[in-house]
Design a protein around this ligand. Structure first.
Ligand code: ZN
Length: 164
């Protein structure tokens, strides 16, 4: 990665951290999941409202490091209006990106998270909101990056396949 690109990505992350998008709780949610990353202390709650097959609304609330908040903020922007299948595909692509693999599709602004792959401890920060999203889409629950398969809808083998 060039230094310029690195800087651009950093500024995108810092900007989302300072002014997170869709940073609110949602009353009319069809699913809500809380994600915790004990290693870093990140706590991200994700709300979704699915209408038909579409993510009609998605929001998050919580606290954590810049990476976890920026990733959550970008997640809400990327997933808004998408179908369930598209949201799941984004989840897979982001997970590939942050673990240093090539994503299948073009991730746009989410590519700012690619630098995370160089810092294995940050991978959990970057993927936390996405695991919470997946759980929220499945109806809700609680996900922890420490325990694989925790809570309904949680992605399996989180700890194993994201250790780097
Ligand atoms: Zn973190």
């Amino acid at each position: 990665m060039t230094a310029e690109l690195d800087e651009l990505y950093q500024s995108i992350i810092l900007d989302h951290n300072r002014r997170p998008k869709n940073f609110r709780e949602m009353e009319s949610a069809t699913g809500h999941a809380e994600g915790v990353n004990p290693l870093c202390g990140d706590q991200i709650g994700v709300w979704v409202r699915v209408e038909g097959d579409r993510v009609a609304d998605v929001s998050f609330r919580g606290q954590g490091c810049a990476i976890s908040k920026a990733s959550a903020s970008m997640m809400t922007q990327a997933v808004m209006g998408k179908s369930r299948a598209e949201a799941e595909r984004l989840f897979d692509d982001v997970r590939a990106l942050v673990t240093g693999h090539a994503p299948a599709g073009d991730l746009g602004a989410l590519k700012a998270l690619s630098g995370v792959s160089k810092f294995p401890i940050r991978v959990k920060c970057a993927s936390l909101a996405w695991h919470a999203l997946k759980a929220a889409l499945a109806g809700g629950g609680r996900v922890s990056t420490e325990r694989a398969g925790a809570g309904p809808g949680a992605s399996t083998n989180t700890a194993a396949d994201e250790r780097g």
